[in-house]
Every structure is written in C-alpha cells, then in structure tokens.
Write a protein of this length. Structure first.
Length: 388
C-alpha cells in the first residue's frame, strides 16, 4: 500500500523530473482513432467524457475515479472502458496506448495529473482552472510547448456562439473604445465559519490519502470536502472566482485585448485561514489596449451578493441583471453579456436598428480531438488561477 510520503514523491516530483514525450500533434494521423482516458468519472468529468466520446474518431479506453459510487456509474456508462480507483495505476497500465486525457478532478490535482500525462507524451484537456497555482500553470505551459503537445482548457463557453459574438462586436467597434468592464457571479463558494473540530470515518472504498494528493493534508470530514465543497477550501479549490472567473472573464479578456495587469486589489471579505470568503470584489487595472481609451483600463470582479455600482447598473435602463455575466462600457455604448447568453447593447434607442449577427460556434471538446489528429488547432481560452 502506498503511504502518503511516497504518494507525495510520486505526484510532486512530476513537476520537476520529466520523461521524454513520445508524440506530438504533427506526428498524429488524421485517420487514426484517438485513445482517450479520463481523470474523474462523475460531475464535470462525466460531461467531458460524454462529449469527447461523441467524436467519431475517439474511443474512451480508461477512467480513473476515486469515489466508488461514481466509479461504478462511470463503468456502467462506458462499458468498454477499464475503470481504475487509482489514477497512477491507470497511467502505468494504459499510458503507452493513450493519446489523450481529460483532467476533470478537484483543482489541487490538476497539475500532477496533467504533467504526469504529458511526460508520457499524452495530450491533455485540462479542466479549469488549469492549476491551483501560477507556478504550476507556467510549468505545464512551458513543458507542453517544449514537447509540442496539444493542450486545451475546459472553458467550453469560449467556443460558443454567444461569447464569440460578444468578442466580435467589441472588436468591430460596436460600443466604441472601451472604458471599463464589470464581471459578476452569484455563486457563493466560500465559508465564513471555522473549520469543524472533528474527524469522521472515511467512507468504505474511498482512498482519502489519494484524494488529498500533494495538497496540505486535512482529516476527512463528512460533506466538508468531498464531493463538491472542496471549492470553498483554500487548500483544494479557488472559491467562486476560481470556479467561475475563467468562464465569465474569458470573453471580457478576449474582447478587451487584455495582457498582464498593472495592479489588482481585493476589497471583499478575506479568507479565514481554511476557507475562501464570500462577496468578493477584486479590482484590476490593465494597461491600455488597441480597443480601449485612456492609459488604464479598470476591470472589476464581484461574486456572492456583491454587484456593480448603481451608476453602472443604471446604464442597462431597467434591464434585470442576470445572475452571472459581464457589463462592458465603451465610449459609444454598453454591452450586457449574460453568462451563456447572447449580448445586448445599450442605450436601446441608439441600437434599436442595430442587428446582432451571431458568430458561429464550435464544439470545444471536438476541437481538441481534431487538434490532436492534426486537422485543426484549438482555440485558446484564458488562464485564471487563484491560489492562497
């Protein structure tokens, strides 16, 4: 049985001691079948699996799922796939036959799983946020670039018509030069309460050491971490911003042509030592872009019950604010972009004869498989990593 010390050596060292990748996209055959495996068999991993499996040239060969109930369901869904409780065992036994994997687990495992896969020459579809820390993201990016491996981050809305249409409208100058932007989510992946002072029995069949992986160790507490509340915890997730920021900021980042920020300031509630706060407000200052006016472009994030100020909301002329989305303010108008909704332009009177023509969307998962096959390239979402 692998103890925690040896587990950390196996996973943590993957960011330091690479093997040699065996393939690259340029060596892949467009006519060949792509052999795929999944890190995760429930939740978002299942959605990723189902969409990848719909590609006519992809075969789901193996699945690694730590939770016994999810593992059973995944096996029933993909009867031809071999299902493992330990992702390391899956890579050891299946790695030489795999072309692609999706890493769709809690955030703190993304870096180890992705790097271990790339070190075997396997192309990676990694769920957002790409990693739990900036250094991990850089390590993965540099390694994938060096070995010419295809990578795609699971921000599927990046490829949808709604977000592509919003980007095109801004780049076409529909609302003029950009002045400021505000993005928001009503999710509350935070917790102001102290960590419970107890230790619960680990459910039968769940390897808790493996679940914790290379992250700081915490005893199992029923319902506190697994299967979903890990997003609230500093050591395992990224709060609401880490969960939804990648999605909602993606079209804003692309439309505004943003680069690295000049500064950022968090004025919302602070973490309490174990958990992320709620009602976050994060103020970014970006340098001028080809699409903006002035030397500085302010971009602000809000979550929980926090929302843009009244002066911004008044620009929507009474339109109810969606639960999640963005408001982009330009010199000639305002765009409201609901999360996964089509954009609308204000003032309404000014744009009443303006026709918004939808930009065609693509299948984000299939784009990745086709890039591995060498028949196209992946669209590039943004990277947002939030770590304590």
């Amino acid at each position: 049985m692998t103890n925690r010390r040896s587990f950390l050596q196996l996973t943590g060292s993957s960011l330091v001691f690479p093997f040699v990748a065996r393939t690259s996209w340029a060596q892949s055959s467009p006519n060949g079948r792509v052999q795929h495996a999944s890190f995760g068999g429930g939740g978002m991993a299942m959605k990723d699996l189902r969409n990848i499996a719909k590609h006519k040239n992809a075969d789901v060969r193996a699945i690694a799922e730590i939770d016994p109930q999810r593992r059973e369901k995944a096996g029933n869904q993909f009867k031809e796939a071999r299902v493992y409780a330990d992702w390391r065992e899956m890579l050891e036994k299946e790695g030489d036959e795999l072309d692609t994997v999706n890493v769709s687990t809690p955030d703190h495992m993304h870096a180890s799983m992705a790097m271990k896969s790339m070190q075997r020459g396997i192309h990676v579809y990694g769920q957002k946020p790409l990693t739990h820390g900036v250094a991990e993201s850089r390590a993965l990016t540099e390694y994938a670039r060096k070995k010419k491996l295809v990578t795609q981050m699971g921000i599927q809305c990046h490829s949808m018509k709604e977000y592509r249409t919003a980007v095109r409208l801004v780049h076409d100058g529909a609302i003029g030069k950009l002045v400021e932007a505000h993005s928001f989510s009503d999710k509350t992946w935070g917790d102001s309460n102290p960590k419970p002072n107890r230790k619960d029995p680990v459910p039968e069949g769940l390897d808790w050491d493996q679940w914790v992986g290379p992250a700081p160790y915490h005893d199992y507490i029923r319902g506190y971490y697994h299967p979903g509340n890990w997003r609230k915890r500093l050591d395992y997730g990224g709060g609401t911003f880490g969960d939804m920021g990648c999605h909602i900021y993606d079209p804003t980042f692309k439309a505004l042509g943003l680069t690295y920020p000049i500064s950022l300031k968090s004025i919302g509630s602070s973490p309490n030592g174990h958990n992320w706060g709620v009602d976050a407000v994060v103020e970014y200052q970006f340098p001028q872009t080809p699409y903006s006016e002035g030397e500085v472009l302010p971009v602000t994030w809000y979550d929980g019950s926090a929302r843009p100020p009244a002066r911004v909301l008044s620009l929507l002329e009474g339109k109810p604010l969606p639960k999640q989305g963005s408001i982009i303010i330009g010199t000639e108008g305002v765009m409201l972009l609901p999360h996964l909704g089509m954009p609308s332009l204000y003032p309404q009177k000014k744009f009443e004869k303006f026709t918004i023509r939808p930009e065609p969307g693509t299948n984000h998962w299939h784009d990745f498989i086709d890039a591995v096959r060498g028949v196209k390239k992946c669209p590039r979402p943004i990277l947002i990593t939030r770590a304590p």
